[in-house]
Design a protein around this ligand. Structure first.
Ligand SMILES: *Cc1c(COP(=O)(O)O)cnc(C)c1O
Length: 364
């Protein structure tokens, strides 16, 4: 059972949709598929414009920085926030980093203070969910307050583990980034960006970059084609998953995910495991444990549950259970059940079925 917070399992109906013959990308047949996928994408992102790029999520992060930032604030509460800063350095774009421990969300006041004191800042780069520790940043509050000071500051929000997890208020967001292999349950290799009208204006006023020149992409994708060869198979898959999510209702996906996340957190707390982040996101449950790697090993080898660990300083100190995508409640219940049994295997706690009980009571 693959329960890592990306990649997530690709459902059978999506694999079947992607198993059709490869279409040439410059054909009316593919353009019709592109158009359908693009319309669904605009709907889930809830933004005026959207782009699909043949790259992993990091490519979209880089594209947004190249096209939208001249001096950025980057919020580093983990690996992915740190990456925004590294991209700025690689692109010679000055950045001011706000660094916090990986369990700590950024304070809106800290961002506002910097924006007030430096009028050169024209972009804020932040994760909605920082996947390194599974924490939720107060992006909406920051975006709203920054726009009150200067509406031209671009809010670049990495929603790779937030789009398809929860309804995101995009009122004050200018670029909403996501990727294929997380909540959208596709193979890796496709990145997507939702854009505000202000972001589109900025991109078109001063085109930048080559492969990631978003002005050229906008011109093409509005005509249902792409600047370079499209990731045809993944775009077909994206259309299939978005059609399914829409048919079930976007809100159903969000509320199911929230229920699974809540029931999992309550179940694991009930067997004595502490939740790592101060503000947990619903994309995943992150548990702090000095025995994290031993727990993961037993879970995988004995109970068939493959979950993620931690990186850098948190290697061996946390484990992360995915809630993104179409995870059935019985799968999530099995995961907490297996964690409880693993604690018994390690002599940490006697097994009494508490995790399963608490999960079921909370979920239903
Ligand atoms: C997975 C992820 C990324 C993108 O990583 P890629 O490996 O380039 O797809 C970026 N940000 C967050 C928050 C992520 O979880």
């Amino acid at each position: 059972m693959l329960l890592t917070p990306g990649p997530t399992p690709v459902p059978e109906f999506v694999r079947a949709a992607m198993a059709t013959e490869t279409l040439h990308h410059r054909t009316p047949e593919f353009e019709a598929i592109f158009k359908n996928t693009r319309e669904l994408l605009l709907e889930i992102l809830d933004m005026p414009e959207a782009l699909m790029l043949a790259s992993s999520g990091t490519g979209a992060m880089e594209a947004c920085i190249i096209n939208l930032a001249n001096k950025a604030i980057t919020v580093n509460s983990g690996k992915f926030g740190e990456r925004f800063g590294k991209i700025c350095k690689a692109m010679n774009i000055p950045n001011i980093e706000i660094k916090n421990p990986w369990d700590t969300p950024v304070l809106a006041d800290a961002v506002i203070e910097l924006v007030k004191n430096d009028s050169d800042i024209d972009a804020i780069c932040i994760q909605i969910c920082e996947s390194a520790g599974g924490l939720r940043h107060p992006v909406e509050e920051i975006a709203k307050r920054v726009k009150e000071i200067n509406p031209n500051v671009m809010i670049i929000a990495d929603g790779i583990t937030a789009v398809g997890v929860e309804k995101i208020d995009t009122t004050n967001i200018d670029a909403l980034i996501t990727g294929s292999q997380k909540a959208l349950m596709l193979p890796p290799g496709l990145a997507m960006i939702g854009l505000s009208n202000k972001a589109v204006e900025k991109i078109e006023a001063n085109p930048k970059g080559y492969y990631f020149n978003l002005a050229i992409e906008l011109k093409n994708q509005r005509k249902n084609t792409t600047a370079w060869t499209a990731a045809t198979t993944l775009i077909i898959g994206l259309g299939a998953i978005l059609e399914k999510i829409k048919a079930d209702g976007f809100d159903t996906l969000y509320s199911d995910t929230a229920k699974r996340a809540n029931a999992t957190r309550e179940a694991l707390k009930a067997i004595g495991l502490p939740i790592y982040p101060k503000t947990p996101a619903d994309a995943m449950t992150t548990i702090y444990s000095e025995k994290a790697n031993e727990i993961r090993k037993i879970l995988k080898n004995k109970y068939d549950v493959n979950i993620a660990g931690g990186q850098d300083d948190l290697n061996g100190k946390i484990f992360r259970i995915n809630h993104m995508g179409l995870v059935a409640p019985f799968e999530a219940a099995w995961a907490v059940n297996a964690v409880e049994k693993t604690l018994a295997d390690l002599g940490i706690r006697t097994f009494d079925g508490t995790a399963n009980k608490v999960f079921m009571e909370n979920f239903f």
